[in-house]
Ligand binder design. Sequence first.
Ligand SMILES: [Cu+2]
Length: 502
Amino acid sequence: MKRRDFITKSFATAAGILTGLNSSGISAQPSADTEFLTAKFPLRTFNLPPVERGESDHGKQVFKLKIQQGETRILPDTTTQTLGINQPFLAPVLQMKKGQTIQMQVNNQLNEPVALHWHGMILPASEDGGPHQEIAPNKTWNAEWKVINEPSTLFYHSHTHHKTGVQVWKGLGGQMQIIDEERDKALNLPHEYGVDDYPVIIMDRSFDEAGEFYYNNQRMNKMQGMHGNVMLVNGVANSVLEPEKTRIRLRLHNASNARFYDLVFSDLRPFELIATDGGLLSQAITTNRVRLAPSERAEIIVDLSDRKSISLRTIKGYGNLSMGMMRGMDRGNLDQTFDLMHIDPRHSERVKAKTLSQLVPLPDWSNQAVAQTRKMNLEMQMGPQMMFGNGGFSINGQSWDMNVVNETLKVNTFEIWELQNPSMMHHPFHVHNTQFKVLERNGKPPLSWELGLKDTVTVHKDETVKILLPTGPYSSSSDAYMYHCHILEHEDAGMMGQFIVV
Ligand SMILES: [Cu+2]
Protein backbone atom coordinates (compact mmCIF):
# COMPACT_ATOMS: atom_id res chain seq x y z
CA MET A 1 0.00 0.00 0.00
CA LYS A 2 1.16 3.52 -0.70
CA ARG A 3 2.15 5.37 2.38
CA ARG A 4 -0.26 8.22 1.75
CA ASP A 5 -3.08 5.79 1.27
CA PHE A 6 -2.25 4.10 4.52
CA ILE A 7 -1.97 7.32 6.46
CA THR A 8 -5.36 8.46 5.22
CA LYS A 9 -6.98 5.24 6.32
CA SER A 10 -5.35 4.99 9.70
CA PHE A 11 -6.11 8.61 10.37
CA ALA A 12 -9.73 7.98 9.51
CA THR A 13 -9.71 5.21 12.09
CA ALA A 14 -8.52 7.42 14.89
CA ALA A 15 -10.86 10.21 13.89
CA GLY A 16 -13.79 7.82 13.77
CA ILE A 17 -13.10 6.62 17.27
CA LEU A 18 -12.62 10.11 18.62
CA THR A 19 -15.95 11.27 17.29
CA GLY A 20 -17.70 8.06 18.27
CA LEU A 21 -20.19 9.79 20.52
CA ASN A 22 -21.06 12.74 18.31
CA SER A 23 -24.32 12.20 16.54
CA SER A 24 -22.52 12.69 13.26
CA GLY A 25 -20.18 9.84 14.14
CA ILE A 26 -22.88 7.28 14.86
CA SER A 27 -23.46 5.24 11.78
CA ALA A 28 -24.25 1.68 10.88
CA GLN A 29 -22.87 2.25 7.41
CA PRO A 30 -19.55 0.68 6.56
CA SER A 31 -17.04 3.48 6.17
CA ALA A 32 -13.34 4.12 6.17
CA ASP A 33 -13.19 3.85 9.93
CA THR A 34 -14.28 0.22 9.88
CA GLU A 35 -11.98 -0.94 7.13
CA PHE A 36 -9.64 -3.75 8.02
CA LEU A 37 -6.15 -3.02 6.82
CA THR A 38 -4.37 -6.31 7.35
CA ALA A 39 -5.16 -7.82 3.97
CA LYS A 40 -3.53 -4.83 2.29
CA PHE A 41 -0.21 -5.44 4.00
CA PRO A 42 2.49 -7.33 2.13
CA LEU A 43 2.63 -11.02 3.01
CA ARG A 44 5.18 -11.81 5.69
CA THR A 45 6.69 -14.96 7.11
CA PHE A 46 4.97 -16.47 10.13
CA ASN A 47 6.67 -15.30 13.30
CA LEU A 48 7.67 -18.13 15.61
CA PRO A 49 8.27 -16.54 19.03
CA PRO A 50 11.55 -17.53 20.70
CA VAL A 51 11.06 -20.20 23.33
CA GLU A 52 12.61 -20.01 26.80
CA ARG A 53 12.83 -22.96 29.16
CA GLY A 54 14.64 -21.29 32.05
CA GLU A 55 17.95 -22.24 33.59
CA SER A 56 18.29 -24.97 36.16
CA ASP A 57 19.63 -23.59 39.44
CA HIS A 58 19.56 -25.51 42.75
CA GLY A 59 16.51 -27.49 41.74
CA LYS A 60 14.62 -24.53 40.33
CA GLN A 61 13.95 -23.45 36.77
CA VAL A 62 14.87 -19.78 36.74
CA PHE A 63 13.42 -17.47 34.10
CA LYS A 64 14.88 -13.98 33.78
CA LEU A 65 12.27 -11.65 32.34
CA LYS A 66 13.04 -8.06 31.48
CA ILE A 67 10.11 -5.74 30.84
CA GLN A 68 11.33 -3.20 28.34
CA GLN A 69 10.45 -0.57 25.77
CA GLY A 70 11.19 -1.03 22.12
CA GLU A 71 10.49 -0.01 18.59
CA THR A 72 8.94 -2.47 16.16
CA ARG A 73 8.03 -2.54 12.51
CA ILE A 74 4.42 -3.73 12.63
CA LEU A 75 3.07 -1.49 9.89
CA PRO A 76 4.62 -1.91 6.44
CA ASP A 77 6.37 1.43 6.28
CA THR A 78 6.95 2.81 9.75
CA THR A 79 7.91 1.75 13.26
CA THR A 80 5.82 1.81 16.43
CA GLN A 81 6.82 2.38 20.06
CA THR A 82 6.15 -0.95 21.75
CA LEU A 83 6.56 -2.80 25.04
CA GLY A 84 7.94 -6.29 25.39
CA ILE A 85 9.49 -8.89 27.63
CA ASN A 86 13.07 -9.85 26.71
CA GLN A 87 12.37 -8.40 23.27
CA PRO A 88 11.06 -5.13 21.84
CA PHE A 89 7.45 -6.28 21.32
CA LEU A 90 5.46 -9.06 23.02
CA ALA A 91 7.29 -11.92 24.70
CA PRO A 92 8.92 -15.32 24.35
CA VAL A 93 6.97 -18.54 24.83
CA LEU A 94 7.87 -19.87 28.28
CA GLN A 95 7.93 -23.67 28.46
CA MET A 96 7.88 -25.57 31.71
CA LYS A 97 6.93 -28.96 33.08
CA LYS A 98 4.56 -30.15 35.74
CA GLY A 99 6.47 -30.77 38.97
CA GLN A 100 9.15 -28.16 38.30
CA THR A 101 9.71 -25.36 40.78
CA ILE A 102 9.70 -22.15 38.80
CA GLN A 103 11.34 -18.92 39.75
CA MET A 104 10.42 -15.88 37.66
CA GLN A 105 12.83 -12.98 38.10
CA VAL A 106 10.88 -10.10 36.64
CA ASN A 107 12.84 -6.90 36.14
CA ASN A 108 10.92 -3.74 35.25
CA GLN A 109 12.88 -1.44 32.94
CA LEU A 110 9.90 0.85 32.30
CA ASN A 111 9.39 4.18 34.02
CA GLU A 112 5.99 3.07 35.30
CA PRO A 113 4.92 0.22 37.59
CA VAL A 114 3.98 -3.15 36.10
CA ALA A 115 2.34 -6.23 37.58
CA LEU A 116 2.85 -9.48 35.65
CA HIS A 117 0.26 -12.23 36.09
CA TRP A 118 0.52 -15.96 35.32
CA HIS A 119 -2.94 -16.51 33.87
CA GLY A 120 -4.35 -19.99 34.46
CA MET A 121 -1.67 -21.04 36.92
CA ILE A 122 -2.55 -22.56 40.31
CA LEU A 123 -0.13 -20.95 42.76
CA PRO A 124 0.12 -19.04 46.05
CA ALA A 125 -1.61 -15.64 45.91
CA SER A 126 1.61 -13.80 46.77
CA GLU A 127 3.17 -15.16 43.54
CA ASP A 128 0.13 -14.57 41.31
CA GLY A 129 1.18 -11.21 39.89
CA GLY A 130 -2.08 -9.36 40.47
CA PRO A 131 -2.32 -5.61 41.04
CA HIS A 132 -1.00 -5.95 44.60
CA GLN A 133 2.33 -7.26 43.33
CA GLU A 134 3.28 -4.18 41.36
CA ILE A 135 6.94 -3.92 40.38
CA ALA A 136 8.32 -0.38 40.67
CA PRO A 137 10.59 0.97 37.91
CA ASN A 138 14.07 -0.58 38.00
CA LYS A 139 13.01 -3.16 40.58
CA THR A 140 12.98 -6.94 40.29
CA TRP A 141 10.19 -9.15 41.62
CA ASN A 142 10.80 -12.85 42.19
CA ALA A 143 7.79 -15.13 41.93
CA GLU A 144 8.23 -18.77 42.82
CA TRP A 145 5.93 -21.78 42.75
CA LYS A 146 5.75 -25.46 41.97
CA VAL A 147 3.86 -26.25 38.77
CA ILE A 148 0.85 -28.39 39.72
CA ASN A 149 -1.26 -27.56 36.66
CA GLU A 150 -1.77 -30.21 34.03
CA PRO A 151 0.08 -29.69 30.73
CA SER A 152 -1.70 -26.81 29.03
CA THR A 153 -1.35 -23.54 27.15
CA LEU A 154 -1.40 -20.55 29.52
CA PHE A 155 -0.98 -16.78 29.22
CA TYR A 156 1.23 -14.31 31.04
CA HIS A 157 0.40 -10.65 30.84
CA SER A 158 0.32 -7.27 32.55
CA HIS A 159 -2.21 -6.97 35.38
CA THR A 160 -1.33 -3.48 36.54
CA HIS A 161 -3.83 -1.39 38.49
CA HIS A 162 -5.93 0.58 35.94
CA LYS A 163 -3.22 0.00 33.31
CA THR A 164 -3.74 -3.60 32.25
CA GLY A 165 -5.48 -2.63 29.01
CA VAL A 166 -2.93 -0.15 27.76
CA GLN A 167 0.11 -2.21 28.79
CA VAL A 168 -1.17 -5.38 27.13
CA TRP A 169 -2.10 -3.34 24.04
CA LYS A 170 1.48 -2.09 23.78
CA GLY A 171 2.89 -5.60 24.08
CA LEU A 172 3.10 -6.96 27.64
CA GLY A 173 1.79 -10.45 27.07
CA GLY A 174 2.97 -13.88 25.96
CA GLN A 175 2.19 -17.58 25.99
CA MET A 176 3.25 -20.12 28.62
CA GLN A 177 3.19 -23.81 27.86
CA ILE A 178 3.28 -26.62 30.37
CA ILE A 179 4.56 -29.44 28.21
CA ASP A 180 4.85 -33.22 28.46
CA GLU A 181 6.57 -34.63 25.39
CA GLU A 182 6.43 -38.26 26.53
CA ARG A 183 2.72 -38.11 27.08
CA ASP A 184 2.14 -36.32 23.77
CA LYS A 185 4.24 -38.94 21.97
CA ALA A 186 2.18 -41.73 23.52
CA LEU A 187 -1.04 -39.98 22.51
CA ASN A 188 0.11 -39.30 18.93
CA LEU A 189 -0.03 -35.53 19.42
CA PRO A 190 2.33 -33.25 17.47
CA HIS A 191 4.64 -31.70 20.06
CA GLU A 192 7.81 -30.33 18.42
CA TYR A 193 7.88 -26.58 18.87
CA GLY A 194 8.16 -24.82 15.52
CA VAL A 195 8.12 -28.12 13.61
CA ASP A 196 4.58 -29.38 14.07
CA ASP A 197 3.49 -27.45 17.18
CA TYR A 198 2.93 -23.69 16.80
CA PRO A 199 1.66 -20.91 19.06
CA VAL A 200 -0.97 -18.78 17.32
CA ILE A 201 -1.37 -15.69 19.48
CA ILE A 202 -4.12 -13.55 18.02
CA MET A 203 -4.62 -9.85 18.68
CA ASP A 204 -5.96 -6.73 17.02
CA ARG A 205 -4.42 -3.27 17.21
CA SER A 206 -5.13 0.20 15.89
CA PHE A 207 -2.68 2.93 15.05
CA ASP A 208 -2.71 6.70 14.85
CA GLU A 209 -1.60 8.79 11.90
CA ALA A 210 2.01 8.72 13.09
CA GLY A 211 2.05 4.92 13.19
CA GLU A 212 1.95 4.75 16.99
CA PHE A 213 -0.54 2.54 18.81
CA TYR A 214 -3.89 4.24 19.21
CA TYR A 215 -5.29 3.52 22.66
CA ASN A 216 -8.12 5.38 24.34
CA ASN A 217 -10.20 3.57 26.93
CA GLN A 218 -12.94 6.16 27.30
CA ARG A 219 -16.50 6.40 25.97
CA MET A 220 -17.34 3.79 23.33
CA ASN A 221 -13.95 2.13 23.64
CA LYS A 222 -14.47 1.70 27.34
CA MET A 223 -17.91 0.23 26.83
CA GLN A 224 -17.01 -2.08 23.95
CA GLY A 225 -13.38 -2.61 24.86
CA MET A 226 -10.54 -1.58 22.56
CA HIS A 227 -10.79 -3.09 19.09
CA GLY A 228 -8.29 -2.54 16.30
CA ASN A 229 -8.33 -2.88 12.54
CA VAL A 230 -4.92 -4.50 12.14
CA MET A 231 -4.87 -8.20 12.97
CA LEU A 232 -1.67 -9.71 14.30
CA VAL A 233 -0.62 -13.32 14.82
CA ASN A 234 2.46 -13.54 17.05
CA GLY A 235 2.89 -9.82 16.47
CA VAL A 236 2.92 -9.93 12.67
CA ALA A 237 0.14 -8.95 10.26
CA ASN A 238 -0.80 -10.99 7.19
CA SER A 239 1.72 -13.77 7.73
CA VAL A 240 2.13 -17.16 6.09
CA LEU A 241 3.05 -20.28 8.02
CA GLU A 242 4.90 -22.89 5.99
CA PRO A 243 4.82 -25.75 8.47
CA GLU A 244 7.49 -28.42 8.39
CA LYS A 245 4.87 -31.17 8.53
CA THR A 246 1.37 -31.65 7.19
CA ARG A 247 -0.09 -32.64 10.56
CA ILE A 248 0.19 -29.72 12.93
CA ARG A 249 -0.95 -28.61 16.35
CA LEU A 250 -1.96 -24.98 16.70
CA ARG A 251 -2.19 -23.43 20.16
CA LEU A 252 -4.85 -20.84 19.38
CA HIS A 253 -4.75 -18.06 21.93
CA ASN A 254 -6.94 -14.98 21.98
CA ALA A 255 -4.63 -12.35 23.48
CA SER A 256 -6.80 -9.45 22.32
CA ASN A 257 -8.04 -6.82 24.75
CA ALA A 258 -11.68 -7.17 23.76
CA ARG A 259 -12.29 -8.88 20.42
CA PHE A 260 -14.20 -12.17 20.16
CA TYR A 261 -13.33 -14.61 17.37
CA ASP A 262 -15.33 -17.33 15.66
CA LEU A 263 -12.47 -19.24 14.07
CA VAL A 264 -12.68 -21.43 10.97
CA PHE A 265 -10.39 -22.32 8.11
CA SER A 266 -11.15 -20.68 4.78
CA ASP A 267 -12.29 -24.00 3.27
CA LEU A 268 -14.22 -24.89 6.44
CA ARG A 269 -12.16 -28.07 6.80
CA PRO A 270 -12.72 -30.06 9.97
CA PHE A 271 -10.02 -30.24 12.62
CA GLU A 272 -9.54 -31.94 15.98
CA LEU A 273 -10.05 -29.85 19.10
CA ILE A 274 -7.82 -31.46 21.73
CA ALA A 275 -7.45 -28.95 24.57
CA THR A 276 -9.02 -25.91 26.18
CA ASP A 277 -7.59 -23.42 28.72
CA GLY A 278 -6.68 -25.97 31.38
CA GLY A 279 -5.36 -28.82 29.22
CA LEU A 280 -6.42 -31.84 27.21
CA LEU A 281 -10.01 -32.92 26.73
CA SER A 282 -10.95 -36.48 27.59
CA GLN A 283 -11.29 -37.11 23.87
CA ALA A 284 -10.69 -35.10 20.74
CA ILE A 285 -13.70 -33.34 19.26
CA THR A 286 -13.99 -33.09 15.49
CA THR A 287 -15.35 -29.70 14.56
CA ASN A 288 -14.75 -26.96 12.02
CA ARG A 289 -15.06 -23.93 14.28
CA VAL A 290 -14.03 -22.75 17.69
CA ARG A 291 -15.02 -19.54 19.41
CA LEU A 292 -12.51 -17.71 21.56
CA ALA A 293 -13.27 -14.78 23.84
CA PRO A 294 -10.41 -12.65 25.16
CA SER A 295 -7.83 -14.80 27.02
CA GLU A 296 -9.33 -18.16 25.99
CA ARG A 297 -7.09 -20.81 24.42
CA ALA A 298 -7.82 -23.88 22.32
CA GLU A 299 -5.39 -26.44 20.95
CA ILE A 300 -6.31 -28.00 17.63
CA ILE A 301 -4.76 -30.52 15.25
CA VAL A 302 -5.06 -29.78 11.55
CA ASP A 303 -4.45 -32.21 8.71
CA LEU A 304 -2.84 -30.47 5.71
CA SER A 305 -1.96 -33.60 3.73
CA ASP A 306 -4.00 -32.34 0.75
CA ARG A 307 -1.33 -29.59 0.50
CA LYS A 308 -3.92 -26.91 -0.12
CA SER A 309 -3.17 -23.40 1.08
CA ILE A 310 -5.73 -22.16 3.57
CA SER A 311 -6.32 -19.18 5.82
CA LEU A 312 -7.30 -19.05 9.46
CA ARG A 313 -10.34 -16.82 9.46
CA THR A 314 -12.76 -15.30 11.89
CA ILE A 315 -16.33 -15.13 10.67
CA LYS A 316 -18.95 -12.51 11.23
CA GLY A 317 -21.58 -13.28 13.82
CA TYR A 318 -19.76 -13.46 17.14
CA GLY A 319 -18.68 -9.86 17.64
CA ASN A 320 -19.59 -8.45 21.02
CA LEU A 321 -22.66 -6.65 19.79
CA SER A 322 -25.56 -7.59 22.01
CA MET A 323 -26.38 -4.05 22.83
CA GLY A 324 -29.96 -3.31 21.84
CA MET A 325 -30.11 0.35 20.89
CA MET A 326 -26.35 0.52 20.50
CA ARG A 327 -26.23 -2.27 17.98
CA GLY A 328 -25.73 0.01 15.02
CA MET A 329 -22.70 1.72 16.45
CA ASP A 330 -19.35 0.58 15.19
CA ARG A 331 -20.90 -2.59 13.88
CA GLY A 332 -18.30 -3.04 11.21
CA ASN A 333 -15.42 -2.69 13.57
CA LEU A 334 -16.68 -5.22 16.08
CA ASP A 335 -17.96 -7.91 13.80
CA GLN A 336 -16.56 -8.76 10.39
CA THR A 337 -15.19 -11.71 8.46
CA PHE A 338 -11.45 -11.46 7.90
CA ASP A 339 -8.33 -13.58 7.68
CA LEU A 340 -5.87 -13.81 10.56
CA MET A 341 -3.05 -15.77 8.92
CA HIS A 342 -2.38 -18.14 6.07
CA ILE A 343 -0.96 -21.67 5.94
CA ASP A 344 0.94 -22.95 2.92
CA PRO A 345 1.81 -26.67 3.23
CA ARG A 346 3.05 -27.21 -0.33
CA HIS A 347 6.56 -28.04 0.86
CA SER A 348 5.68 -29.65 4.17
CA GLU A 349 6.78 -33.18 4.91
CA ARG A 350 3.79 -35.43 4.50
CA VAL A 351 2.63 -37.03 7.73
CA LYS A 352 -0.22 -39.50 7.75
CA ALA A 353 -3.38 -38.33 9.42
CA LYS A 354 -3.90 -40.27 12.63
CA THR A 355 -7.12 -41.04 14.38
CA LEU A 356 -7.06 -39.86 17.93
CA SER A 357 -8.69 -42.07 20.49
CA GLN A 358 -9.08 -41.22 24.14
CA LEU A 359 -6.80 -38.44 25.37
CA VAL A 360 -6.68 -38.11 29.16
CA PRO A 361 -9.59 -38.52 31.54
CA LEU A 362 -10.75 -35.27 33.08
CA PRO A 363 -10.94 -35.24 36.87
CA ASP A 364 -14.24 -36.59 38.12
CA TRP A 365 -15.72 -34.04 40.51
CA SER A 366 -19.27 -35.32 40.32
CA ASN A 367 -19.23 -36.55 43.92
CA GLN A 368 -17.44 -33.56 45.39
CA ALA A 369 -19.31 -31.79 48.15
CA VAL A 370 -19.98 -28.16 47.28
CA ALA A 371 -18.77 -25.98 50.15
CA GLN A 372 -20.38 -22.79 48.92
CA THR A 373 -22.50 -21.39 46.11
CA ARG A 374 -21.93 -17.77 45.06
CA LYS A 375 -23.65 -15.50 42.60
CA MET A 376 -21.64 -13.10 40.48
CA ASN A 377 -23.68 -10.43 38.77
CA LEU A 378 -21.74 -8.72 35.97
CA GLU A 379 -22.99 -5.16 35.63
CA MET A 380 -22.53 -2.10 33.44
CA GLN A 381 -24.11 1.15 34.60
CA MET A 382 -24.95 3.62 31.88
CA GLY A 383 -24.43 7.34 32.39
CA PRO A 384 -21.52 9.70 32.82
CA GLN A 385 -19.66 7.21 35.02
CA MET A 386 -19.65 4.76 32.14
CA MET A 387 -18.33 7.27 29.67
CA PHE A 388 -15.55 8.93 31.65
CA GLY A 389 -13.02 7.96 34.28
CA ASN A 390 -12.54 4.52 35.74
CA GLY A 391 -16.02 3.58 36.99
CA GLY A 392 -19.23 2.25 35.53
CA PHE A 393 -18.48 -1.48 35.77
CA SER A 394 -19.08 -3.70 38.76
CA ILE A 395 -19.69 -7.20 40.08
CA ASN A 396 -22.52 -7.60 42.61
CA GLY A 397 -22.82 -3.83 42.80
CA GLN A 398 -19.19 -3.24 43.76
CA SER A 399 -16.52 -1.79 41.54
CA TRP A 400 -13.04 -3.11 42.19
CA ASP A 401 -11.39 -1.58 45.23
CA MET A 402 -7.77 -2.33 46.02
CA ASN A 403 -8.64 -2.37 49.74
CA VAL A 404 -11.76 -4.53 49.70
CA VAL A 405 -11.69 -8.32 49.80
CA ASN A 406 -15.02 -9.29 48.27
CA GLU A 407 -15.12 -13.03 48.94
CA THR A 408 -13.50 -15.52 51.32
CA LEU A 409 -13.11 -19.13 50.11
CA LYS A 410 -12.10 -22.21 52.05
CA VAL A 411 -8.91 -23.95 50.97
CA ASN A 412 -9.15 -27.35 49.21
CA THR A 413 -12.90 -27.21 48.67
CA PHE A 414 -15.22 -26.91 45.69
CA GLU A 415 -17.61 -24.06 45.00
CA ILE A 416 -20.33 -23.40 42.46
CA TRP A 417 -20.37 -19.90 41.04
CA GLU A 418 -23.43 -18.70 39.17
CA LEU A 419 -22.34 -16.02 36.74
CA GLN A 420 -25.16 -13.75 35.64
CA ASN A 421 -25.01 -11.14 32.93
CA PRO A 422 -27.85 -8.61 32.89
CA SER A 423 -25.71 -6.09 30.97
CA MET A 424 -25.60 -5.19 27.29
CA MET A 425 -22.49 -7.10 26.29
CA HIS A 426 -20.85 -10.51 26.59
CA HIS A 427 -18.25 -10.76 29.36
CA PRO A 428 -15.46 -13.37 29.46
CA PHE A 429 -15.21 -14.13 33.18
CA HIS A 430 -11.80 -15.20 34.49
CA VAL A 431 -10.96 -16.58 37.94
CA HIS A 432 -7.34 -16.67 39.13
CA ASN A 433 -5.72 -19.74 40.71
CA THR A 434 -8.11 -22.31 39.33
CA GLN A 435 -9.10 -24.45 36.38
CA PHE A 436 -12.85 -24.97 36.60
CA LYS A 437 -15.56 -26.97 34.87
CA VAL A 438 -18.44 -25.30 33.10
CA LEU A 439 -21.52 -27.09 34.45
CA GLU A 440 -24.25 -25.44 32.48
CA ARG A 441 -25.13 -22.49 30.32
CA ASN A 442 -28.70 -21.29 30.90
CA GLY A 443 -29.56 -24.74 32.20
CA LYS A 444 -28.15 -26.43 29.09
CA PRO A 445 -24.89 -28.35 28.68
CA PRO A 446 -21.78 -26.28 27.92
CA LEU A 447 -20.68 -25.67 24.33
CA SER A 448 -18.34 -28.16 22.66
CA TRP A 449 -15.27 -25.93 23.07
CA GLU A 450 -15.82 -25.57 26.81
CA LEU A 451 -16.08 -29.22 27.84
CA GLY A 452 -12.54 -29.27 29.22
CA LEU A 453 -10.99 -27.39 32.10
CA LYS A 454 -11.31 -23.63 31.82
CA ASP A 455 -10.05 -20.51 33.54
CA THR A 456 -12.22 -18.14 31.51
CA VAL A 457 -15.82 -18.57 30.40
CA THR A 458 -17.95 -16.21 28.36
CA VAL A 459 -21.21 -15.14 29.93
CA HIS A 460 -23.30 -13.87 27.06
CA LYS A 461 -25.85 -11.14 27.57
CA ASP A 462 -28.84 -12.37 29.63
CA GLU A 463 -27.20 -15.70 30.36
CA THR A 464 -26.47 -17.53 33.59
CA VAL A 465 -23.43 -19.79 33.50
CA LYS A 466 -22.68 -22.21 36.33
CA ILE A 467 -19.12 -23.26 37.02
CA LEU A 468 -17.65 -25.78 39.49
CA LEU A 469 -14.45 -24.41 40.88
CA PRO A 470 -11.75 -26.04 43.02
CA THR A 471 -10.37 -23.49 45.48
CA GLY A 472 -6.91 -25.05 45.40
CA PRO A 473 -4.32 -25.99 48.01
CA TYR A 474 -2.92 -22.55 48.86
CA SER A 475 -4.20 -20.35 51.66
CA SER A 476 -3.34 -16.88 52.91
CA SER A 477 -5.32 -14.39 54.94
CA SER A 478 -3.34 -11.47 53.55
CA ASP A 479 -2.84 -12.08 49.82
CA ALA A 480 -5.79 -12.02 47.44
CA TYR A 481 -6.58 -13.42 44.01
CA MET A 482 -8.67 -11.64 41.37
CA TYR A 483 -11.78 -12.59 39.43
CA HIS A 484 -12.79 -10.31 36.61
CA CYS A 485 -14.03 -9.68 33.11
CA HIS A 486 -11.20 -10.29 30.63
CA ILE A 487 -12.25 -7.46 28.36
CA LEU A 488 -9.34 -5.48 29.71
CA GLU A 489 -11.09 -2.11 29.50
CA HIS A 490 -13.93 -3.55 31.61
CA GLU A 491 -11.44 -4.94 34.11
CA ASP A 492 -9.65 -1.59 34.38
CA ALA A 493 -13.02 0.13 34.81
CA GLY A 494 -13.97 -1.98 37.82
CA MET A 495 -15.52 -5.27 36.68
CA MET A 496 -13.22 -7.13 39.03
CA GLY A 497 -13.28 -8.42 42.58
CA GLN A 498 -10.84 -10.12 44.87
CA PHE A 499 -10.98 -13.19 47.05
CA ILE A 500 -8.81 -14.77 49.67
CA VAL A 501 -8.52 -18.50 50.32
CA VAL A 502 -8.18 -19.44 53.98
CU1 LIG B 1 -16.73 -7.27 30.34
